[in-house]
Design a protein around this ligand. Structure first.
Ligand SMILES: Cc1ncc(COP(=O)(O)O)c(C=O)c1O
Length: 362
């Protein structure tokens, strides 16, 4: 089977980046969601304290880390009662997302369902195993051959949040099809225009039965530690243990000092609240400026503004590039009428971007 992966999306932004770089006051890159704020001291200290790491770490995570994940789900996500066998850390969440279809044994003839407008790695997970992809948000449209369903709430790029009823409908349909349902909830702690972003493992969704369900969560954004690669999966014990079993063979293990840093991050809610307020302020500034410049916006939650002005996405990318601002075209995600603007720049840089947008309409 020849592996067919698409061009890496950001490679196609070279021209827009060149135009944006010619701006006299320099390039402002809002095309990727790469955190800029320092990693909090508690994580760095925990990482350093664990730097004597002569023995192999555990694929399944240290007992202390497993407990921290369990406690975090109960305290922060309204998901009580997870067991030790129902959680596992990963090396960031992207590798886990890309590999899941492979480890669950999917192959040609199987279908992976992904959101209509989606983070590209769900599609990659299907391509890696030669499975078909069905991009559809309506559970009624999911084909009989579906073996894995990806949800992403809050969504990258749209910021859309799935409510309890939508999650229940997705779970019911996945079970009817005998498919695994995996929910990527890595932006769940960045809600703006919604009260919260419920987990698919929430008892109001599952009625206490998590069979066939997995949640993927990442600390990259909420703990500003994308360079550490900290994420985890939780849910159906049997599925998690199947994944642990494969990963033992592959040696896919978060380094021991990183596992210690994850414990520190998961035990502390204060730094997450602080980080959230930074992003909230940046979003306010940028949202007002983007709207003022003629774009309509969506994004109830998460790290991006999803904006459109009626033109094709690449035209909009060019319009931003002439202001020295690089944004991502919606076609990266399956919608060529919008652009995605990341909130991951310092307060000063976000203010500069807003000023350029304001000056443009003045
Ligand atoms: C929806 C979504 N899932 C997963 C990831 C991967 O994050 P990480 O590998 O840092 O955990 C990203 C990163 O941007 C994302 O937007």
């Amino acid at each position: 089977m020849a592996l067919q992966l698409p061009e890496f999306p950001w490679d196609s932004l070279a021209d827009a980046k060149r135009v944006a770089s010619e701006h006299p006051d320099g390039l402002i890159d809002l095309s990727v969601g790469s955190p800029v704020d320092p990693t909090p001291g508690i994580l760095r200290e925990a990482l350093g304290d664990a730097s004597n790491a002569h023995s192999y770490p555990q694929v399944w995570g240290t007992p202390r880390l497993r407990q921290a994940i369990i406690d975090w789900f109960a305290r922060v996500r309204g998901v009580p009662g997870l067991t030790e066998r129902a959680v596992m850390p990963s090396i960031g969440s992207k590798e886990l997302i890309a590999g899941l279809a492979l480890w669950l044994g999917l192959g040609p003839g199987d279908t992976v369902v992904i959101p209509e407008v989606a983070y590209p790695t769900y599609d990659v997970s299907a391509r890696l195993v030669g499975a078909s992809v069905h991009a559809g948000d309506d559970p009624a449209s999911w084909p009989d051959s579906t073996r894995l369903v990806w949800l992403n709430s809050p969504s990258n790029p749209t910021g859309r949040v799935l409510g309890l009823e939508e999650l229940r409908a997705a779970v019911a349909r996945a079970r009817e099809l005998g498919a695994v349902l995996a929910s990527d909830e890595c932006y769940a702690l960045l809600p703006w225009d919604v009260e919260d972003a419920p987990s698919v493992l929430d008892p109001r969704v599952t009625d206490g039965d998590v069979t066939g369900l997995l949640v993927v969560h990442s600390l990259s954004k909420q703990s500003s530690d994308a360079g550490y690669r900290t994420a985890f999966v939780a849910g159906d014990e049997q599925l998690v243990q199947r994944v642990v079993g494969v990963r033992k063979h592959l040696g896919l293990i978060p380094p021991a000092p990183v596992q210690a840093a994850m414990v520190a991050a998961l035990d502390d809610d204060d730094h997450v609240a602080e980080q959230r307020e930074r992003y909230r302020a940046r979003r306010e500034t940028l949202l007002t400026a983007v709207r003022g410049a003629g774009w309509s916006t969506e994004s109830d939650a998460g790290l991006y503004i999803w904006a459109g002005n009626g033109e094709a996405a690449r035209e909009q990318v060019h319009a931003f590039a002439t202001l020295g601002i690089l944004v991502a075209p919606g076609d990266f995600y399956g919608d060529d009428t919008r652009v995605r603007i990341a909130l991951t720049a310092t307060d000063a840089v976000i203010e500069q971007a807003a000023a350029r947008l304001r000056a443009n309409i003045a």
